[in-house]
Design a protein around this ligand. Structure first.
Ligand code: GFB
Length: 317
């Protein structure tokens, strides 16, 4: 990817896409193309084809996806499967047929088996059964990887697939029902503090372990891969460290200066017991994350406070 390349970021309003756009522009890439949903409906195959025919981007970052936390995934498997398949099929096919020289498809660490070896190497893909709470989303993402690899093998396309770990940061979804754990905890702890509540509810047992990467680190890794990686082989993007959900909740309480108790609601699912990515491959190429978890939580909380006050966070829309 060269500085003058025309780079289309699909999903630029989302947490990952918006971070990629910020990082590209900060890195001097000025020819970044985005389209609002009202201008380009990614579910509409002919509209996507028409867009690629007229815009002719050189590079594509596919950060457009229906995403959500453990309950959203469990309650809406049809939407998580169909929406993601439709969007990624439209984008990947149109990119392949319209001269795109490099495409980055963003997947998720939930593509790996529920009981994969830890940390999870890229080679664990399709070696065991998936975690049932998010198998629909995982299957859609696996189909996206396979489509990129098929285009690479059959048509020589330079289509990459990167698998980020659990992400958080600006533009996250803070809706308590549909969000991922970290934004949910920020909001719940903030509201408990405001209400003077003596405790805050945490879903599950608090024992599952998760790895959290600030979305600005993710965006940095995406640009690094676009500049330095040319292989259809899947590559993980994480920080190489994980914490229990209890430890995460305690850290959020410390950052937000809330001194109440944690109460674990074991009627809610734990999901996969552990999901730590093996970062050997990307670290060996020379990329490293920069944002420690505590600093990242502080940054996400500041964003939440600013946008909540302005009514522009997703939970207020
Ligand atoms: O982030 P999360 O929703 O998704 O939940 P996954 C992680 C863990 O945090 C689970 C617990 O054990 C939850 O039970 N948890 C505790 C909470 N309190 C809360 C809360 O208030 N809200 C939420 N959401 N969780 C997702 C997948 O799995 O990971 C997606 O569903 C995607 O497909 C994403 O792959 C990266 O980490 O379990």
């Amino acid at each position: 990817m060269e500085i003058p390349s025309k780079i289309f970021v699909a999903g630029h309003r989302g947490m990952a896409g918006s971070a990629v756009v910020r990082r590209l522009r900060a890195g001097g890439y000025e020819n970044v193309v985005v389209r609002a949903r009202s201008e380009l409906d990614l579910f509409d195959r002919s509209a996507v084809e028409q867009f690629f025919r007229s815009e002719r981007p050189d590079v594509v970052v596919d950060a457009a996806a229906r995403v959500g936390g453990i309950i959203a995934n469990f309650e809406k498997p049809v939407e998580f499967l169909l929406d993601n398949l439709t969007i990624q099929n439209n984008l990947i096919r149109a990119a392949a047929e319209n001269g795109v020289t490099k495409l980055l498809f963003l997947g998720s660490s939930c593509i790996y088996p529920k009981l994969a070896p830890q940390p999870i190497p890229e080679s664990a893909l399709l070696t065991g059964a998936l975690e049932p709470t998010n198998d629909a989303y995982a299957l859609a993402k696996i189909a996206g990887i396979k489509l990129c690899q098929a285009y690479a093998r059959e048509y020589g396309k330079n289509f990459l697939s990167a698998m980020p770990t659990n992400l958080y940061g600006p533009n996250d979804n803070f809706d308590p029902h549909t969000s991922h754990v970290l934004p949910a905890l920020i909001r719940k702890v903030h509201e408990a503090k405001l209400a003077g509540a003596k405790d805050v509810p945490i879903w599950g047992t608090g024992c599952p372990r998760r790895e959290f990467l600030h979305v600005d680190d993710l965006a940095d890794a995406c640009v690094f891969l676009l500049e330095n990686y040319d292989s259809p082989e899947v590559i993980n993007i994480g920080c190489g460290e994980d914490v229990t959900i209890r430890e995460l909740a305690e850290t959020v309480c410390e950052v937000l200066e809330y001194r109440g108790e944690l109460v674990f609601d074991t009627s809610k699912p734990d999901g996969t017991p552990r999901k730590l990515l093996d970062m050997t491959k990307l670290f060996a190429l020379g990329w490293k994350p920069k944002i420690p978890l505590r600093d990242g939580i502080r940054n996400a909380y500041a964003w939440f406070m600013e946008h909540r006050a302005a009514g522009t966070d997703q939970a207020s829309r």
